[in-house]
Design a protein around this ligand. Structure first.
Ligand SMILES: [Zn+2]
Ligand SMILES: [Zn+2]
Length: 106
């Protein structure tokens, strides 16, 4: 019985180890990717594109104003909101992207 118990414990340990490795692999991958980028001189923030897309308009340069009218029933009574209406994004000045704050400053 002692042998069976020992192999069971060993199997459990190996299974746990494999699980830990499986969980750790994506983190290791991203770590390697980041270190490769910095060693190659590629910006970690923008990946060498020198621009980062606007977080408010998702790089479109315009925002759908219907998304901000929370009460659509009131908006439709007022005659607005039947069609999608876009306004230039105030966050990025309708450009959709910014110069990368990390690498475009040189
Ligand atoms: Zn924007
Ligand atoms: Zn950059």
């Amino acid at each position: 019985m002692e042998d069976i118990r020992a192999s069971e414990v060993a199997g459990f340990c190996v299974g746990g180890l494999l699980l830990v490795v499986a969980l750790a692999v994506p983190k290791v991958d991203s770590f390697i990717a980041n270190s490769q980028r910095s060693s190659l001189g590629i910006c970690e923030r923008c990946g060498g594109l020198k621009v980062v897309s606007c977080s408010k308009c998702k790089g479109l340069g315009k925002v759908n104003t219907r998304m901000f009218s929370l009460n659509n029933k009131v908006a439709s009574k007022l005659g607005a909101g039947k069609e999608d209406s876009f306004a230039p994004c105030q966050n990025c000045g309708a450009k959709g992207c910014f110069n990368c704050p990390k690498c475009s400053r040189c």
